[in-house]
Design a protein around this ligand. Sequence first.
Ligand SMILES: *[C@@H]1O[C@H](CO)[C@@H](O)[C@H](O)[C@H]1NC(C)=O
Ligand SMILES: *[C@@H]1O[C@H](CO)[C@@H](O)[C@H](O)[C@H]1NC(C)=O
Ligand SMILES: *[C@@H]1O[C@H](CO)[C@@H](O)[C@H](O)[C@H]1NC(C)=O
Ligand SMILES: *[C@@H]1O[C@H](CO)[C@@H](O)[C@H](O)[C@H]1NC(C)=O
Ligand SMILES: CC(=O)N[C@H]1CO[C@H](CO)[C@@H](O)[C@@H]1O
Length: 551
Amino acid sequence: FIFQEERYTDGSKWRFLEHKGPVFAPPYEPMPNKVRFYYDGKIMKLSAAAEEVATFFAKMLDHEYSTKDVFRKNFFKDWRKEMTSEEKAIITDLNKCNFSEMNDYFKAQSEARKQMSKEEKKKIKEENERLLQEYGFCIMDNHKERIGNFRTEPPGLFRGRGDHPKMGMLKRRIRPEDIIINCSKDSKQPKPPPGSKWKEVRHDNKVTWLASWTENIQGSIKYIMLNPSSRIKGEKDWQKYETARCLKKCVDRIRTQYRDDWKSKEMRIRQRAVALYFIDKLALRAGNEKEEGETADTVGCCSLRVEHIKLHPKINDQEFVVELDFLGKDSIRYYNKMPVEKRVFKNLQLFLENKQPEDDLFDRLNTSILNKHLQELMDGLTAKVFRTYNASITLQQQLKELTCPDDSIPAKILSYNRANRAVAILCNHQRAPPKTFEKSMQNLQTKIDEKEKQLSTARKQLKAAKADHKASHDEKSKKIEEQLMKLQVQATDREENKQIALGTSKLNYLDPRISVAWCKKYGIPIEKIYNKTQREKFAWAIDMAEKDYEF
Ligand SMILES: *[C@@H]1O[C@H](CO)[C@@H](O)[C@H](O)[C@H]1NC(C)=O
Ligand SMILES: *[C@@H]1O[C@H](CO)[C@@H](O)[C@H](O)[C@H]1NC(C)=O
Ligand SMILES: *[C@@H]1O[C@H](CO)[C@@H](O)[C@H](O)[C@H]1NC(C)=O
Ligand SMILES: *[C@@H]1O[C@H](CO)[C@@H](O)[C@H](O)[C@H]1NC(C)=O
Ligand SMILES: CC(=O)N[C@H]1CO[C@H](CO)[C@@H](O)[C@@H]1O
């Protein structure tokens, strides 16, 4: 197989790694003198450090964030740390600060960028291309590989998801002194910018990152990694789907075992077995694998609490119905009401006995116990493997069911997207309808109306032509009919897609070989289902020209 040529058996990921290190955000350019900052109605010249941080706030003035108390408080606290003692003594109240000239200045700049001449745009493009050629590639063993993100993030104010308690804090500028470089000893080592030093240079071939640093807000480590299209990422991706295919082979044994475990004398084993059933049947995440920030009260299977679950012995003609309602990963609500097997239901009743709403449903279980158990059941098994397995097999089944070989290409693509949506619903990848939804639907409807008019005109002409014994208009109306159908399919697709985010499952849970094989079988161009980035990521699967791939 394509990846096997360089799989090292000693656990190392590479033998040789050479790169140029990261590209840093451009240095701060002080405001021109005409752009003034006012405190309490009076002009005040800020020191460079204080001015830079002030500009971060000024840039966000029109954004809702800048009105939020938490955001303002965090910003002001961090801003004051950058001020000179004189500035600190004067600037004591954010409400007395007037950033409006800075804000106007940035607006004018962004307007000027839009108005740039062709030559100027070309120059910028060339400079970006030069940086890409110089810093955007590394040599890993015998391959030249594209690097994913070779630029460090510029400094600014932290936002975070939702109402993050740290929003508004200063995200510091990353300096060479923050960077740990990883490369091989016998390579040309990257040079830090003149006058600076790296924090450290390592030669760790058990990892695949090229450079790392710790960001100051959450203390998390950021990495510069290879592009998804690289051999090593492709191999990882491939491995993931191979593990899911392994699960397909032994899922019956696992199911038999957890069903037996529902009857165990030991409470911890019963809980583990019911949790496993949830993971298998509902594609739930294991839960608290990573800290999700301080306020976000999100849970997964192991961390479900009594308040998240309701049991209905009988409801709407269904028996043993479980109702789950909680905030999952990224604070997306999970809501589901489904019948379960009687023994699961009885066990859940038992787990709930004498508990308060805020108590754990599975009090004898945590994520590490469950993960350890999964490892024992099958090498490499995690809750995520169940999701990947179920998503992939569902896609395969849905494609089989929904594709009519005689359909037109647009109709086949609609079937493909429907199969994708079935999976996204299973994985709970929902979204709020995009703000632009109504507008874009209207535009599409206008186009449809126009086409319908064209078609009726063409048909009239055809009728007239037939009376004249001329057939030339026939083709024209057929063509318009085809265009109309294409638009109608597009409208259906968009309407059905309103509240579903297809991207996540497409990128992370669906074996791309299923989609590639489907395209090959029905002669659908791969560009119709994967855009450029996706084609790069799935290059390994696209290369494996199989028409009848079985997941
Ligand atoms: C801020 O300063 C500008 C002049 O640069 C002025 O037009 C504006 O009224 C001031 N805003 C406030 C709230 O004082
Ligand atoms: C996948 O998940 C669905 C929904 O929970 C479930 O009904 C189905 O049995 C699962 N399919 C497989 C093959 O595991
Ligand atoms: C999970 O439970 C086990 C056994 O009770 C315990 O040893 C372990 O520390 C727990 N792990 C976590 C992350 O809470
Ligand atoms: C491809 O689609 C993804 C969504 O899955 C999107 O994030 C990305 O920007 C798209 N890339 C291109 C080049 O269109
Ligand atoms: C050969 C070498 O220097 N290896 C080092 C790589 O970096 C790790 C830490 O990530 C060290 O433990 C190794 O000694």
